[in-house]
Design a protein around this ligand. Structure first.
Ligand code: NI
Length: 245
């Protein structure tokens, strides 16, 4: 059994409780119960917000406040250099039910690294996060989405890319980014933003408000796998998790 299967299996009930708590805490109605009295996972649509390149105290803490107000959980692919000095922020993220993942120690393109370079970038960050958070399974988002087959095999983690990218770094224009995301989004999408920009934090919170009003539920990538009944596989690349796939 893979570590991920164990993690999602053992944490299944807690995960479901988290999802339902998030749903119950939002504007959505309480989940229905089926004839056996088991809570049903709402039909969706579901979407995962993901944030790369942080954390950054000034912007990430504002984002965490806004997500907490809305009962929404997200996924943060962090850079090792930015973990240093932001340990409390990372522990707050974990404690508030967000998912934390790997984005390398120094934001290096992974398709250009040999084995030693790969392990220096990925395993060092994994060890840093394990020391801080007390667990070993972290999903990986390669910087720039760049990866090659050799390093894919070395990843020891599911590789999470994205399906909606407003290129928030390019213009820092919240109105444009919100339009780009809400026009494009579908059930099971993974949205890419960067929590190091104040404008992107505004974008994220406006997108949450707009899509929740349309019935969307916001979940972590890990929760999205659980909702779809899928076990993430190490070394495999995922861009979105649509229903019925
Ligand atoms: Ni990045």
């Amino acid at each position: 059994m893979s570590n991920w299967k164990k993690r999602l299996g053992a944490g299944g009930l807690a995960l479901l409780a988290l999802i339902l708590a998030a749903v119950g805490g939002s504007a959505h109605p309480a989940p229905e119960q089926d004839v056996l009295g088991e809570a049903k996972i709402p039909a969706g649509p579901y979407v995962a917000l993901t944030f790369d390149d942080g954390p950054r105290q000034a912007t990430t803490s504002v984002l965490l406040d806004g997500l907490a107000q809305r009962g929404v959980h997200a996924t943060f692919f962090v850079i090792g250099e930015n973990v240093e000095g932001n340990e409390l922020l990372l522990q707050r993220m974990e404690g508030e039910g967000h998912q934390i993942g790997l984005h390398t120690y120094h934001h290096k393109p992974l398709d250009q690294l040999n084995a030693a370079g790969f392990y220096a970038e990925v395993d060092s960050l994994r060890a840093t996060l394990t020391a801080l958070l007390g667990r070993e399974e972290f999903m990986l988002r390669p910087p720039y989405g760049m990866m090659n087959a050799a390093n894919q095999a070395r990843a020891a983690a599911p590789i999470i890319l994205w399906s909606v990218d407003p290129e928030d770094w390019s213009d820092r224009n919240t109105a444009r980014q919100v339009s780009a995301i809400t026009a494009d989004v579908k059930d099971g999408d993974i949205i890419l933003l960067h929590d190091i920009y104040a404008e992107s934090v505004d974008t994220a919170l406006q997108v949450v408000d707009a899509l929740m009003a349309q019935g969307y539920h916001f979940v972590t990538v890990e929760q999205l796998f659980a909702i779809r009944g899928r076990t993430p596989e190490n070394g495999k690349i995922y861009r979105r998790l649509p229903p019925g796939d």
